[in-house]
Write a protein that binds this ligand. Sequence first.
Ligand code: HMG
Length: 440
Amino acid sequence: MTSVGIDAIEIHTGKLKLDLANTFAPAKGEEPEKYTKGLGLAASSFPDTYEDIVTMGANAAHRLMKRRGLEPADIGRIDVATESAFDNSKPVSTYIAGCLEQVFEGDFHHANKGERKFACISGTQSLDDAYNWIKADRNRGRSALVIATDTALYARGDAGEATQGAGAVAMLIGEDPDLVELSTEQGYGSADETDFLKPNQQFPSVDGKRSVQVYLARMREALEDFESVSGDTHPDDFVLVPFHTPFPGMVRKAALLGYRHMIRDTSIEEELAAEIGRQPRYEAFEDEAAFLDAVREYTDALKGTETYLEWYDRVIAPTLEIAREVGNWYTGSVHVARASGLKHALENDWEIEGKKLLVGSYGSGAQAEIHAETVQPGWEEEIAHLTVDEQLEARRDISFEEYERVHDAHNHDKRLDDVEEFTVPDGEFAFDGWGRMGER
Ligand code: HMG
């Protein structure tokens, strides 16, 4: 059976940087550690006023196609995943295809285009659609372009404001991929939830605390559902575990629960029980509150053990290195986490060809999905091409007052006559007003 997966990847970050410790925290009268330690974030990537989901997505896709020497004729489908769309009819992929047609030979008239929506998980759902299209042998030898692009903005003063971000990830999905092969097995946890939603509004209405619990509950269901088809998972099965990362502190919680689940009935659990002086078995508790207390106590003790911390530092922490500098990119976030982990692996000479990743995607509303990926022989060359460090370094560090002006400029409810630009577009797609979207 043909192997199908991610053949190439490119990342485009919003060109402004909001420093959370030095700029945001003082302006909010908060301790910097709330952001750097509690949420695990150093900065947010922010879109300049000439950037939006179309320009960022087009810039990522342009770089990917150019680097791979691709023409529109090589691409049979373009799916855009976003929760920041501005058009309820025309999919963002048509706008992006229009941009790309300005710079490549030929057109995308033959390509099936669409837009996927299910909060942050739609990036992974688009991967799935592309995977299924190729597996069904409907692709006529062509690859699919999946673009996850978002301006993840919250209303000013909302608790989510510190977790904002903006950027795009373009992925080429094809046969015999260079980066990772996707597993046929996948698991879901899905339920109707209302902790994070945007009914005809730009900024989300969020019950932040509850959203954390919903994330954990759906992720646990997805892991159990995945195991029902893959067999039990074990922490040593995976070289990296990239999760959807609204902020690294969220993944810290998910990783701990995932680990506790994966070590059940293993020798690791037995050894740890001796080390922390607690048994992980709770069947004896008839009272729900006592049961939950016991679970919490065990988990609290577990997270301080050397065994767990060694696993976390090796398998989870590398996936958070980029997120820490950019914040939440919604649909792109889990794909940034994968890239971050693989980049760390390359920089540290890991030999991981043939090794497995466990990828946990999540979208509010709510749904989690878990699948495995196998690292392919071309992974090093592919990851070596990423320019994310250079892009992050080149961002303009904005003051709090500039941040407020940029936020206003992106607020659909405000009509500003005079919108300044903070950086200069450099051979990239930039937004000049409707009908004048072009390369500058
Ligand atoms: P908050 O309520 O302002 O923060 O916002 P907090 O008081 O809970 O503090 C955050 C952490 O910092 C806590 O750590 C504090 O203890 C710690 P925890 O107890 O959770 O481990 N802290 C400190 N640590 C060290 N030194 C200090 C200090 N002060 C505090 N001085 C909240 C947190 C998550 C509510 C907020 O960021 C929010 O509303 N975010 C948006 C919603 C969100 O991201 N939810 C995540 C799950 S849902 C999801 O991932 C989907 C999403 O991506 C959307 C989609 O799918 O489309 C959001």
